[in-house]
Design a protein around this ligand. Structure first.
Ligand code: P5A
Length: 441
């Protein structure tokens, strides 16, 4: 993509409406624009990040046998009246009437709809377990939308729902999802801590939030410092091995980690003072086990092996895909701009042409651009070097390939790693290999 003809508007000034770094950077780097309070349009660079995150989430859901579907954003109120949540959900739910005066709503979550869908299709215990998920926009009429996409009104969520024959199987699915989440967040390049959490309007008695530590986070958190030392993912767990899953869960939960709503002072006091960590964090995911809450209230059952009705045990599992864009920036930026993890960067590299009127520069840039025209952004604008560097730093491309007249005459370019600032001079022909074989120390 060529910067001169693209829709990638960067802003030099600091937007006054944004209170936290990630919101400021998302506006300045041209990822989003607000269209109404808590509602955002995603511009090309932002959309690329959203898609990259979704793809990693999708791969890790598929890897544990979850199946992707797509449910609509609009739901009939009838389902919610059955479960009893239509009134209970309160003013956060956006209620709409169609021309026939039917009550609709813009889905804040999909427990009811999936339970109904499951009931239409699955009739026998033999068809269990099932894990279904979609990646779809949600609407919650938050009283105080703030921090940009972190607490939006319309936001993108991955929500998965599981159906199991009994409690024992359902908790295994819960553990499996926890493993999948740890793998997902690791691939996204962020450090998360699963913390015991309150279940709120979703319900149930077992829940964990996945928290990225950040001083601007909205959740108060308490955890054992030893938690940060653990490397669960090196344990090589097979997601079909029930014993290994239960063991992972045991290992994780032996360390104290809780959000403020679930903080247990007596357990806290037993942790040596030096290991107690108190702080703030951003909730990028939450998982729930709520048993038969919805299957029973909506009377959705399967036939068991003895011919009797069984209400499947359910869980639901959310990842805030759009919130993650803000949360990742919040934990990965410096004074000059965003520092994208390679796995989700909108562009792998930016080719910075410092001599747009110099034949050698232009020809080298064109050649480099051909390595990967989709993922190498080409800054071909006739601008000052300083403002090109500033934009590349602001947009956070993992690599900058700097092409200036002096080195271009010797067929050389400079390659800069955004994360470390490390620079190296390379022959033009070496660039592709250098970037693709690079390992961070
Ligand atoms: C689990 C999936 C649920 O809704 N039902 C389906 C369950 N959980 S949750 O914790 O309420 O939401 C899941 C994740 O969505 C993100 N999120 C938000 N992101 C941006 N703006 C919001 N207003 C917002 N509300 C929730 C969070 O990352 C949350 O963990």
């Amino acid at each position: 993509m060529r910067l001169s003809s693209s829709f990638l508007p960067t802003i030099k000034e600091i937007p006054s409406e944004a209170q936290i770094a990630s919101h400021r950077l998302m506006l300045r780097a041209g990822l989003i624009r607000q269209t109404a309070s808590g509602i955002y349009a995603w511009l090309p660079a932002g959309l690329r990040v959203l898609r990259n995150i979704s793809e990693i989430v999708r791969q890790e859901q598929n890897a544990i046998g979850a199946q992707e579907i797509l449910m609509p954003t609009l739901q009939s109120s009838d389902l919610w009246k059955k479960s009893g949540r239509y009134d209970a959900y309160g003013p956060e739910m956006l209620r709409i009437q169609d021309r026939h005066k039917h009550d609709l709503l813009y889905g804040p979550t999909n427990e009811e709809m999936i339970t109904d869908l499951f009931g239409q299709i699955v009739k026998s215990y033999k068809e269990l377990p099932q894990i279904l998920y979609h990646i779809q926009w949600k609407f919650r009429d938050e009283i105080r939308p703030r921090f940009g996409v972190m607490r939006g009104r319309e936001f993108l969520m991955k929500d998965a729902y599981s159906f199991d024959i009994d409690y024992d199987k359902a908790v295994i699915t819960y553990y499996k999802m926890m493993l999948s989440y740890l793998r997902t967040f690791q691939r996204l390049g962020v450090k998360v801590i699963p913390m015991l959490a309150d279940t709120g309007p979703i319900g149930g008695d077992l829940s964990h939030e996945f928290i990225i530590l950040a001083p601007t986070g909205e959740s108060g958190v308490f955890f054992d410092a030893d938690f940060e030392e653990q490397d669960w993912l090196n344990m090589q767990i097979d997601s079909e091995d029930e014993k290994a899953l239960a063991n992972l869960f045991k290992q994780i939960t032996q360390f104290y980690a809780a959000t403020d709503e679930k903080h247990d002072k007596s357990r806290w006091d037993q942790i040596p003072q030096a290991r107690r960590r108190e702080g703030r964090g951003i909730e990028v995911g939450q998982i729930f086990y709520f048993g038969t809450k919805y299957t029973q209230s909506m009377d959705i059952a399967v036939i068991g092996s003895d011919g009797n009705k069984i209400y499947p045990h359910m869980g639901s599992y959310g990842i805030g895909v759009s919130r993650l864009v803000g949360a990742i920036i919040e934990s990965s930026h410096d004074e000059n701009g965003i520092i994208w993890p390679d796995s989700i960067a909108p562009f792998k590299a930016c080719i910075i042409n410092l001599g747009v009127k110099d034949e050698a520069c232009v020809s080298i840039c064109e050649k480099l651009h051909q390595i990967d025209p989709e993922n190498f952004l080409y800054d071909d604008r006739d601008e000052r070097a300083g403002s090109k560097f500033a934009d590349a730093d602001l947009m956070g491309h993992p690599w900058q390939i700097i092409v200036g007249p002096r080195s271009a005459s010797k067929n050389k370019v400079e390659v800069k790693r955004r994360k470390t600032g490390e620079r190296i001079e390379l022959d033009v022909e070496e660039v592709a290999n250098y970037i693709s074989n690079y390992n961070d120390r």
